[in-house]
Design a protein around this ligand. Sequence first.
Ligand code: NAD
Ligand code: DAU
Length: 366
Amino acid sequence: MAKTLLVTGGAGFIGANFVHYWLCQYPQDRVVVLDALTYAGNRANLDCVVGNAQLKFIQGDICDADLVEKLLREEGVDTLVHFAAESHVDRSILGPDAFIQTNIMGTYSLLKAAKKVWLDGASVKPHRFHHVSTDEVYGTLGPNDPAFTENTPYAPNSPYSASKAASDHLVRAYHHTYGLQVTTSNCSNNYGPFHFPEKLIPLVITNVLYNKNLPVYGDGLQIRDWLYVEDHARGIDLVLQKGAVGENYNIGGHNEWANIDIVKLIGKLLEAEFASDPRWAEKYPQAAAAMAGNTESLITYVKDRPGHDRRYAIDASKTGSELGYKPHESFETGIRKTVRWYLENDAWWRAVMDGSYKDWVAQQYS
Ligand code: NAD
Ligand code: DAU
């Protein structure tokens, strides 16, 4: 039966990739995107599905419980997929307020509205509330520790991860106390198209193309477990189709890399692209100098992130054995595709980076 989804944060990096994925896989379903269009939200991330009659975009704040309630009722939503969040750890260290507001109060507002519409009427309506969380709620690992499982105790270390952990607990409580049909997924670091260039992988790609320094925090030996964003969307799909209500599912790529090795790898991939295709030197004259020399010379070790988690690694075996989850993209293919996407889509990231993009997009869609 066709579903109607409310996707919060659907104009952000993962939310937009999820919307592309969903409309392609399930063309009969309706998707309503609710997004406040903060600095990280971008209407253009949905350009390739604009005009699709199954998609509706609403600019609004998840903290506005009345708006959420109205959308759930009027659009006949049966499935809420909750991506909206403040997502950047460094920003959470500089200013936690927005993280507490959106990640905790915003999730609470969605839960309140969902309870009212789906549970509190004359009869309980069929529904699912899927909460998109992160591996960062589990804290940090030593070099030889086993990867995080769904039973690893929560130990968040940054204002960002603490706010996500709080939201996970609220979601759990709404299931336990009120019977809301919830699932939660905890995913490792994503990469791919539309990744905002403040995050490590797109930052390194775009900085090389501007011939700017590549800032590596501390000793650069921190480890992250990288997953291609479409594989995250695929994992959420499986949780929605087959996941047990009230359960958490880890999603990850079994793909641990030290930051410094990621930075060097991206440099090498860009050097190979420039060597094989003269278009890139024409398009990025500033980068050509670095390519001719060595992108590694751009690496600059900088002051470490306060409270920096040393290592994340996800054990996704429960999601594999219970739901049949397996990433489709290898890191080798995924990172090449991503580098190529940024080479080809400079209009997107230049506009995001020079800050004029929001005005331009507002004009486009007014
Ligand atoms: P993002 O920062 O790229 O996008 C967040 C989106 O939420 C933006 O479109 C923004 O406009 C919107 N938003 C923010 N505050 C809002 C509000 N109050 N009301 C409505 N919309 C609002 O984030 P992302 O990287 O796409 O992450 C999406 C989700 O996935 C987050 O919940 C994040 O915690 C989680 N997650 C991210 C990663 C990752 O590697 N990026 C990994 C695991 C989990
Ligand atoms: O693990 C999942 C999380 O991954 C998500 O929940 C977050 O929303 C997402 O932002 C991401 O968090 P990280 O802090 O791991 O991602 P980020 O890209 O900011 O940093 C990746 C690593 O690279 C981290 O160890 C910090 C380091 N880094 C980052 C930047 C931006 C640098 O060394 N230099 C940099 O300039």
